[in-house]
Ligand binder design. Structure first.
Ligand code: AMP
Ligand code: MG
Length: 403
């Protein structure tokens, strides 16, 4: 059975082989959050465009502003002021944060380290060349790349686009991800469930996870555990870039997902991963589309989506597969799990005096979503190290929507 890291590599390999000519769309910055940029954006100016003061203080010749020295203040420069005149020897100019340093001045002294008496300014400390000045062009030169294709747009990336005057960006269209739950017991959330029915929570969690991951969810509802219904809805799902199914991949008599996919000519790259929850996860290709069959227990669905579906969405969306952001921290209470599988236990990291500690949460197994609402991460119990004493270092995988 594959380890989760090997299974991810399989997903990454086949997703990379899948990308052809991706279509793009031009988006205004306010609509582009979470998209992957498809063009290179270059700096249109030097940044900063002028020698910029980073402090409120006095622009000086550094050699003249030694401790105890006095200089006559001959004017002031505020942010946005046009600056042309050079600073004359024996003088200083009051300057504000964000203002242009006048030619000739080579340092800014913070106002806190000066005394002002009328026109005269006394300096209290030594002054070094360039202090509190960011030189013109030191952040970027004209023509330097500001954004590279493949970068996902978050607040910093969008701010850089704004800084260089790119009011809209050509982005890759989000991969469309069909979501199909399965199960005779599963009913739409707006319906009153019968005594042995379960509301379709997976359709909701999967749609949200797809969106957060940078995909566009396409909701196909639920298929009954019957070949005809499953076939019709899988057929619909195979029109999208990726099809994600939940349920129907275990060993039960009515777990029909793999056999129906096979009847469509699917090729499977794995149908089990050495993890708990999530062992019966299926990944393959069908009619040239990527297909995931995730186990239906809600926590299994969520964990396996994060582990395996996200890299496919990243790659089909024009980005690189993001790494799993494991963090190492200290275990609060001893653990004893089954060997041979890597466990992802709902857990909570908390910080006291900025030091993190993680505790596994009490849960009823992989159906227990309520437990997950208290969790901000999954505690990773390695397959080969099932017993871990309290106080040991352990690895956690943050929930990608929370931490
Ligand atoms: P399965 O993977 O089909 O064997 O389902 C495993 C468990 O997950 C069963 O207890 C199902 O009732 C539950 N389950 C399956 N699909 C869903 C769904 N869409 N929403 C909530 N629970 C589900
Ligand atoms: Mg089922």
């Amino acid at each position: 059975m594959l380890s989760f890291t090997d299974a991810r590599q399989v997903v990454i390999r086949h997703s990379s082989a899948q990308i052809g000519n991706r279509s793009t769309t031009l988006l205004e910055l306010s609509n582009a959050l979470g998209y992957v940029v498809a063009e290179e954006i270059r700096s249109d100016r030097e940044y900063p465009p002028f020698d910029r003061s980073t402090r409120d203080g006095y622009a000086v010749h550094s050699g003249e502003a030694s401790p105890g020295a006095q200089l006559r203040c001959v004017g002031e420069i505020k942010a946005g002021d046009r600056v042309t005149e050079s600073l004359q020897s024996g003088t200083c100019v009051q300057i504000m944060t964000g203002a242009a340093v006048p030619p000739g001045a080579d340092a800014v002294v913070m106002i806190e380290f000066t005394k002002r008496d009328g026109e005269m300014v006394t300096f209290e400390r030594g002054t070094e060349t360039s202090q509190n000045i960011v030189a013109r062009g030191s952040e970027a030169h004209i023509g330097d790349p500001a954004l590279q294709p493949g970068l996902r747009l978050g607040f910093a990336e969008l701010a850089v686009a704004a800084q260089v005057g790119a009011t809209s960006l050509r982005c890759y269209k989000k991969p469309r991800v069909a979501i199909l739950s399965t199960g005779d017991e599963v009913v739409p959330i707006a319906e009153t469930p019968g005594p042995f029915h379960i509301r379709n929570s997976n359709a909701v969690s999967l749609a949200v996870q797809v969106q957060l991951a940078g995909g566009e969810p396409v909701l196909l509802g639920n298929a009954l555990d019957r070949v005809d219904d499953l076939s019709a809805k899988i057929e619909q799902g195979l029109r999208e870039d990726i099809l994600v199914l939940s349920g129907g991949v275990s060993m039960g008599k009515y777990d029909l997902v793999e056999s129906v996919l096979s009847s469509f000519g699917a090729e499977f790259y794995f149908d089990a991963v050495a993890i708990r929850p999530g062992k019966p996860t299926v990944f393959g290709r069908c009619r040239n589309k990527l297909v995931f069959g995730l186990p239906g227990n809600p926590v299994s669905t969520m964990v396996t989506f994060q582990l395996f579906a996200i890299p496919a969405i990243d790659i089909l969306g024009g980005a690189e597969a993001r790494a799993l952001p494991f963090l190492e921290t200290t275990l609060a209470g001893a653990l004893n799990e089954k060997a041979g599988l890597t466990h992802f236990l709902p857990a909570r990291v908390e910080w006291s005096d900025s030091r993190p500690r993680v505790a596994a949460l009490r849960w009823q197994g992989s159906g227990d979503i309520a437990a997950l609402t208290q969790a901000n991460c999954f505690l990773v119990v390695p397959a080969e190290r099932p017993m871990i004493p309290a106080g040991d270092r352990v690895s956690v995988l943050p929930r990608f929507d929370v931490l």
